[in-house]
Write a protein that binds this ligand. Structure first.
Ligand code: ZN
Ligand code: ZN
Length: 76
């Protein structure tokens, strides 16, 4: 049902594929539950306020990208 999978570590977004071994390229777990799918939709639509997402801790999302999540910040 879900359209997106959200990495629980770096918040990168993956599309569901036939590969059931759902792991992010960072090694984190991908989750496609309703909450994570909603968060992914918000991120894709430009939401950058962690308080509007289901995040427990403040995270700087200003450099977030769909392909590498917040790792784009760390690699810079
Ligand atoms: Zn990841
Ligand atoms: Zn989830």
């Amino acid at each position: 049902m879900s359209k997106h999978l959200l990495c629980q570590d770096c918040l990168a977004i993956s599309e569901p594929s036939s590969n059931e071994n759902a792991t992010c390229s960072c090694g984190g777990d991908l989750c496609g539950c309703l909450t994570c799918a909603n968060d992914a939709e918000k991120l894709l639509s430009g939401e950058r306020d962690y308080r509007r997402l289901h995040l427990e801790a403040p995270i700087d999302l200003s450099h977030w990208s769909a392909s590498s999540g917040i790792r784009a910040l760390q690699a810079a």
